[in-house]
Design a protein around this ligand. Structure first.
Ligand SMILES: [Zn+2]
Length: 269
């Protein structure tokens, strides 16, 4: 990014990106380079179906900075068979796969029938138990159903850390429940939108459970609204978090990076 202030170099992790999407086909090299320039040293790119997960793995093999999560998004759950979960299981063995997801429930858009969403989520949680990977959860207007399912699942894998609720936009009660279950909460560019009430929730979350993400190409920070989001902009979200928490951006970067390393264990492979 231009106008880099003369400060100590940041080292951040974008814990949720969709680099495999066509929005990045033309300039993925430049996008990754800009991320590194901005101080985003690792990018976790999440698959949304079998093909997209395979592409996420390919990207993780191409770029040293990129790691992959493999899974099936609730929007894609409609036509998923058990065989697709077996494919996800296979590709999850790739050395730079550090999580399963994104998975979850989306009762806002309802692009897939609810029954299918529930089945596909349950299959993926079973797989996560088997392969001992953390999960990346998408929860859109489905909190009570998801929390019911996850509360049972975390008992099965206890004391292992269950994963992260990505793009968290719930209230304090919901955050507290996820904390109790051992989840991390990730926040993206939307916390910079006027009218966002995320700051009240963020202040209640233990510092060691916070993660930064972009969900790019979606949800760009306020400054880039209407444009494509990209991993470099994770820095802007770290700045907003710093403002909310009364910390320096360096401190937020250090802590959220430590958190992401603890959760995903990037260097295990
Ligand atoms: Zn996503």
């Amino acid at each position: 990014m231009e106008n880099k202030p003369a400060i100590q170099r940041l080292s951040l992790i974008d814990t949720h990106a969709h680099l495999d999407m066509k929005d990045f086909t033309a300039d993925c090299d430049a996008v990754v380079a800009r991320a590194v320039d901005a101080g985003v040293d690792k990018i976790l790119t999440a698959g949304t179906d079998v093909k997209s997960s395979a592409r996420a793995v390919d990207l993780s093999q191409k770029y040293p900075q990129v790691f992959a999560a493999v899974g099936i998004h609730p929007h894609e759950a409609g036509n998923v068979q058990k065989a697709d979960i077996n494919r996800i299981a296979e590709i999850s063995k790739s050395p730079k796969v550090v999580a399963l997801g994104e998975m979850g429930l989306d009762f806002y858009r309802n692009y897939s029938p609810r029954e299918a969403q529930l089945q596909v989520l349950k299959w993926q949680l079973e797989l996560a138990t088997e392969v001992s990977l953390p999960v990346i959860i998408h929860d859109r207007q489905a909190t009570s159903d998801i929390q019911k399912i996850l509360a049972e699942w975390v008992k099965l894998i206890y004391p292992r850390c269950p994963g992260v609720i990505h793009c968290f936009s719930g209230n304090k009660q919901s955050a507290a429940k996820y904390m109790e279950m051992g989840f991390y909460l990730a926040f993206g560019g939307y916390i910079s939108y006027p009218g966002s009430n995320a700051s009240e929730v963020i202040k209640t979350i233990p510092y060691e459970r916070l993660l930064v993400e972009t969900d790019c190409p979606f949800l760009p920070p306020q400054k880039y609204r209407g444009k494509r989001n990209e991993p470099a902009y994770a820095v802007l979200t770290a700045e907003v978090l710093a403002g909310i928490l009364g910390k320096t951006v360096q401190a937020v970067a250090e802590q959220t990076t430590e958190n992401a390393e603890r959760l995903f264990g990037f260097d295990r492979g």
